[in-house]
Each structure stands twice: as C-alpha cells, then as structure tokens.
Design a protein around this ligand. Structure first.
Ligand SMILES: Nc1ncnc2c1ncn2[C@@H]1O[C@H](COP(=O)(O)OP(=O)(O)OP(=O)(O)O)[C@@H](O)[C@H]1O
Length: 211
C-alpha cells in the first residue's frame, strides 16, 4: 500500500499481516504512523493496495468499519468550553447512544468533571477522549500516540486502561515512539521507518530483533 502527499511518499509499499488483539505501530518522527492510522480509520484513502482490518476491507466496507471503530487522533477533538460531563453528553447525543455521564466520569477517574475541558490536564484530556471514543462500545479502538506528552503517572494510568480494554476483548491499534509502551500494551508490532515496514511480528520477536 502506498500514500503520497504531492511528491512526498509518506507510505511506500507498506505490506504486513498481523493476527492480534492489540497492535502497535512503532516508529520515529515522520515514519508514517499517523498516515497509516488515518488510513485505517477511513479518514484518508490510500493511493493503491488493499487493507483489511478484522476481516473488513477499508474501502469496500468503510461504513461497517466506521460503525465498529473509534479513532482518537493526536490532537484534541474535545469542545474546550464544555465540561467533561457536557462533552460526554454532546458526543453521546451525536452518536445516538444513551449514557450516564457520571458513571463514565467515575470509571475513568476524570477530574474536574464540571469545569471547562480547557482546564483539564493533558492526561485527563486523553482519558476523556478515550472515554468518549468508547461510547457505544466499539470493537476496535485506534489511537494516535495516546501517551505523548503525559507524565509517568498519567502514562501508567492510561496504559492500565488500555491493557484492561484489550483484556476485555477490544481490539486496539495504536502508534507510539516507545518500546516500553509496546511491551505493555501490544501483542504484535509493526515497525515503520521512513514510510517503509522495517519489521513486523509478535512483540517479543520484534523487540528482540530490534536490540
Ligand atoms: N497532510 C499532509 N500533507 C503533506 N505531507 C504530509 C501530510 N501528512 C503527513 N505528511 C508527511 O508524511 C510523512 C509521514 O508523516 P506522519 O505524520 O504519518 O508521520 P508520523 O510517524 O506519525 O510522525 P510523528 O511521530 O512525528 O507524528 C512526513 O514526512 C509528513 O511530513
């Protein structure tokens, strides 16, 4: 699969197959991670090639894929002037799903819950975005560098949330710069380098090959 932006090849003959509940896309800056995730999330179209996730073709079955998937991008999608509770209400109404915001706030330990989202720390915003992404119980969660910019404590809390979700059967695809994070969350890894696949396979094997 390929993807170019004008003359720049962001993804160059990318091809891999992994069978896992949680997959990490590992790579340095500009490796092509976000581009690949945005293609998986059906936001961007590849220039060519075929991709299927959980048996669904991203071009042919994109409607079905969108129904079972949630995407947490690198930048915030929260409405900054609304509180955490109001953001949860807003996005659940858009998705036509009835939820109890206070239950979600409690489950994800989001605080403060009633002040504008702009007052939340980066870690709390990430938790809130993941909580919102999980409204409607998607089978597949795609996250673009969810722990970037978080302190150690917030990172660990988020990793715990994500591993818990994986253990409960949610499929997870995430991008990261961190081998440590890969070890804690992912069953399989795809390593990208300058738009190409350098390695892919089980986490243990890939991390061993990288050392
Ligand atoms: N919309 C765009 N227009 C032009 N070039 C783009 C666009 N999106 C990505 N690129 C280019 O494609 C390449 C891969 O970018 P991408 O954001 O996918 O990398 P990344 O691995 O996610 O990087 P980072 O870790 O810094 O977020 C980069 O050279 C980037 O400049």
């Amino acid at each position: 699969m390929n993807k170019s932006f004008s003359a720049r090849k962001a993804l160059d003959s990318v091809s891999f197959h992994v069978c896992a509940n949680s997959v990490a896309i590992l790579g340095l800056n500009a490796a092509g991670k976000s581009t690949l995730l945005r293609i998986f999330a059906t936001i961007l179209k590849p220039d060519g090639g075929t991709i299927s996730i959980n048996g669904l073709d991203i071009l042919r079955d994109y409607r079905k894929l969108r129904q079972i998937m949630a995407f947490v991008p690198e930048t915030s999608f929260l409405i900054e002037e609304l509180s955490a509770v109001e953001n949860i209400r807003h996005f659940s109404t858009l998705r036509k799903v009835r939820v109890d915001p206070s239950e979600i706030i409690q489950k994800f330990s989001i605080s403060p819950a009633k002040k504008p989202a702009r007052t939340l720390s980066k870690g709390m915003k990430q938790r809130l975005m993941i909580a919102i992404a999980l409204i409607g119980k998607p089978e597949l969660l795609i996250l673009d560098e969810p722990t970037t910019g978080l302190d150690r404590e917030a990172k660990m809390a988020l990793i715990e949330i994500l591993s818990g979700m994986r253990n409960q059967g949610t499929s997870i695809i995430l991008s990261t710069h961190s081998e440590k994070e890969v070890r804690e969350i992912a069953d399989s890894v795809v390593v990208l380098e300058k738009g190409k696949v350098l390695l892919y396979g089980s986490t243990d094997q890939v991390l061993k090959d990288l050392t």
